[in-house]
Design a binder for this molecule. Structure first.
Ligand SMILES: Cc1cc2nc3c(=O)[nH]c(=O)nc-3n(C[C@H](O)[C@H](O)[C@H](O)COP(=O)(O)OP(=O)(O)OC[C@H]3O[C@@H](n4cnc5c(N)ncnc54)[C@H](O)[C@@H]3O)c2cc1C
Length: 437
């Protein structure tokens, strides 16, 4: 049975919503626009608190049978996400980690260095006395497992293939108007609307919320590579004149005819080059491998194969406000960041967890989940963590791309100091793992 068979047909919307509310601890409900990783995760966090939601997604989801054993993604499939320890804890708390962990690869050490410089820094899990610094997860696996969990939740109603056209707010509720794939105009009423519809958020535009944008003039090329040396669970961050480069460990992929290359030779790469220069690296595997080798030296051994690459132009997009009446802007719709430090999704997850907990408290107290004062306090509570992560990502990008020789020497000294000063590493590690906000 496909997910669309279960919940997405438009003419079943109102009935499905009624059934959903039968399981909820309150008759208040949340409308979530955008079913990417953040929207799906937020719906699951709400369900964990007993709060019903309806998830409205623009695209049709693929059919996934609940009984189908989800196949391992392709050996060199392209996108991966570094999950911080905090994000892993959040998935553990909602009982999802068990399903996710078979495709998650532990990060035991983090190495930071710059091409053509002597300074470097290393974080080890033993020294920092932690289980790991986080896990690297295949996006395809994360998406499918989140979707299956959402599909199986009695508290989440899914409407996919829906184009949002209007948001109307009143004192007591919010109405979402959308066009179904069949071209029919439909309406949904909720107590709160949460927009998780990505960087170019339609809801944010409909609410007339402005953004502050910055074009890094860079493009991230992502892919999976194979090296001749096992990764030993090391995450390696390298800064080169072309841009930052991160190589992360991945789990093996069995059953695809690549068994001789198993046991830790598979890695995820995020390589950043100047905007407009990406095309040859997408088309020519040998050229891409050569560029990686040049930037990286032998830190990861020899790069021997690369899978299909994807390109992402890099912009920072920050919503000027994250609350508007009964609407909350979340995920990339609220803050799209440079991927240099692998912080974007992790920050979104901390936002999602915080809001889910505040809504649960409102429900427990019998209060309105769209209450303006409560939503304002959510925005206020999340500001510090968001600002810190945004500043950190920017400082890393700008600090390491400045070619000025004096700045380069300062960077070297900073890396050496970071490596040697006793109290700095644990603090940075704690922030990078998302354990402090
Ligand atoms: C190269 C790269 C590497 C990254 N690596 C990491 C990492 O290692 N760690 C990390 O923490 N973060 C990382 N990030 C950031 C992370 O990918 C994002 O923060 C995350 O994907 C945001 O998810 P989202 O659900 O908010 O947005 P999206 O993934 O953009 O999802 C938005 C969803 O909304 C839907 N939608 C859009 N418009 C509408 C509409 N009008 N109506 C209904 N639905 C709509 C879309 O179809 C989509 O499903 C990386 C980003 C990049 C570019």
């Amino acid at each position: 049975m496909s997910m669309s068979d279960i919940k997405s047909s438009d003419n079943k919307t109102s009935a499905a919503t009624t059934n959903v509310l039968d399981y909820a601890i309150s008759d208040q409900n949340v409308l979530i626009v955008g079913g990417g990783h953040v929207g799906l995760s937020f719906a699951l966090l709400l369900a964990h608190q007993g709060i019903a939601s309806t998830l409205i997604e623009k695209n049709r989801y693929p059919s996934i049978s609940p009984n189908e054993d989800v196949k391992r993604s392709h050996y060199l499939d392209c996108r991966n996400t570094a999950l911080s320890r905090r994000t892993v804890q959040i998935y553990q708390q909602i009982g999802l980690w068990e399903a996710l962990q078979s495709h998650a690869c532990r990060i035991d050490s983090v190495q930071i260095s710059e091409q053509g410089s002597f300074g470097h820094a290393k974080l080890n899990k033993e020294e920092e006395n932690v289980e790991s610094f986080g896990q690297v997860m295949e996006n395809a696996w994360l998406g499918r497992k989140l979707l299956l969990a959402v599909q199986n939740s009695p508290l989440i109603n899914i409407i996919d293939g829906a184009t949002v056209t209007e948001v109307v707010q009143s004192q007591t509720d919010v109405t979402l108007i959308y066009d179904s794939e069949a071209g029919n105009e439909q309406r949904l009423v909720g107590n709160l609307l949460v927009a998780c519809d990505g960087r170019d958020s339609t809801v944010r535009n409909l609410l007339d919320i402005g953004t502050t944008n910055y074009d890094y003039q860079q493009c991230a090329i992502v892919g999976v590579v194979q090296t001749d040396t096992p990764h030993q669970h090391a995450a390696i961050e390298r800064f080169s004149p072309a841009g930052p480069l991160a190589v992360l460990p991945l789990t093996d992929a069995a059953g695809d005819g690549n068994e001789p290359h198993q046991a830790g030779y598979r890695r995820s790469v995020v390589w950043v080059c100047a905007k407009g220069e990406e095309q040859p690296y997408l088309e020519d595997e040998a050229l891409f491998l050569q560029a990686l080798q040049k930037a990286f030296g032998q830190r990861a051994g020899t790069f021997v194969r690369a899978g299909k690459r994807g390109a992402y132009p890099l912009t920072r997009v920050l919503a000027q406000q994250q609350i508007h009446g009964r609407c909350v802007i979340m995920g990339n719709a609220a803050h799209t960041l440079h991927p240099v430090a692998g912080q974007g999704f992790n920050l979104c997850m901390r936002d999602a967890e915080a809001l889910a907990k505040m809504l649960a408290r409102q429900v427990m107290l019998g209060e309105d989940i769209g209450d303006g004062a409560m939503l304002a306090s959510y925005e206020q509570a999340r500001k510090k963590d968001q600002k810190r992560v945004i500043r950190f990502c920017d400082a890393v990008v700008h600090g390491f791309t400045n070619p000025n020789p004096a700045v380069k020497i300062a960077r070297n000294l900073a890396l050496i100091a970071f490596d040697k000063l006793p109290n700095v590493k644990p603090l940075v590690a704690t922030y990078a793992m998302g354990l402090k906000s």
